[in-house]
Design a protein around this ligand. Sequence first.
Ligand SMILES: C[S@@+](CC[C@H](N)C(=O)[O-])C[C@H]1O[C@@H](n2cnc3c(N)ncnc32)[C@H](O)[C@@H]1O
Length: 419
Amino acid sequence: MRRGFLKAKGKTLFDSEPPSAKQEPPIRIVEKIPFGKVEDAGIPDGYDGSSKLKYQQNDSRKIDYDDNYLVYTTVPMGFTHKADDPDGHSECIIHGPTKAKIVNTPGYPCTIPKPRRPNMCVIKPVADMGLGVFATCNIKVGELIFSERPLLVAPRAMEAPTKPPVSSNFTIDQQKQIAMYEFEKVLQCAVGRMSAERRAALMALANSHKEDGSGPILGIMRTNGFSIATELGDGPAPAPGQEYPSERSYSAICDMGSRINHSCMPNVTTSFMLSSFSMQFVASREIKAGEQLFYSYCGVVQSAADRQEELAPYGFECKCPACANATPERDRLRIEFQDKVLGLVRDVSWMRYPPDRDFLGRMLRYDQDVVAEGLNSQRMYRFVASIIGHLLTQLGMNQQAKRYLELEQAWKEIMKDRS
Ligand SMILES: C[S@@+](CC[C@H](N)C(=O)[O-])C[C@H]1O[C@@H](n2cnc3c(N)ncnc32)[C@H](O)[C@@H]1O
């Protein structure tokens, strides 16, 4: 799962009309949202800012919404009536029929999964990064470190104003500023519904979008949102292994999770569980007590230059070991990782017994390179571990095989939680 906000293409169902009103055609979404220091940030002169917010939920138990209708809702409070749920509640801005999808999930609303022991990590200041999250004990691959109900869940895509006079009187850049202004108003309503404590936690999060026209909440959402597009979205479910398109999916802002800093050699992976409506933060590599937890805000299997471009909206230059020591060879290892692993899986499926020792040697050398680059944090790594584990087993090297087979098993567990 990637960090997630608005790199969408296409159309959105985002609509502010009440269900009884005549529906308008699907609305365009905003692409290439500005970041950094923007000269004419803010709403342009001549925009009256008069659009009304019409989608507000009064009956928290209502789930039979028409299509094309967004609601504000508190998950899971309306269904448990427990205002003091120890797992907390998420404020959501969500497509009406998608709310039905959540509440009809088998087991909903269950408590959030608990890690092996409490307080496996702690928030601390880090030089040049603000706050960060650190392990308090050794953590194995596949172990749940913590889980939490997001503070806020909101659409990843933002409406582009299409109605005249906005679409005719303003430049594209001005229309983007208007869209951000309008989205901030939508977000304000959701944040206004939060408990004082959760609102304070949200508003205390980092914001790398203070000079581009994003309002304070939108800035926080753009800085801290996790895409939950694999697990939650509007309309038909995507094919296995695919995600909901960004214009039909959501971003989740967490309390502790959103304090995790970025590395291109991450050691944490996330998933979202609908039945408990919670984010899981799981070790994707071995983590030693005292180590900082890292999540990747960008696609990992691309060159250092492309990674930095994707990270630019977060307002920092990545100095992780992979970026500091990037070379064309290391870039290639990353770019080719997925195809290379799929090729290895194909090669192994044709291999005769007993396996070729040279092939095992090549696999072990490849594994060394992959681990040095931190690519063992990627889900494709399970195939590397599996191939080596099975080759070693077939050659009777059971002791050496054990470690790889355990890694394969840990990754199977991680992947199971994603379905
Ligand atoms: C989701 S927040 C992470 C938590 C944040 N450090 C805090 O104090 O709340 C993202 C912001 O943290 C900072 N950050 C994250 N990873 C970083 C890194 N590797 N190097 C420098 N700053 C980083 C950037 O300011 C970024 O916009």
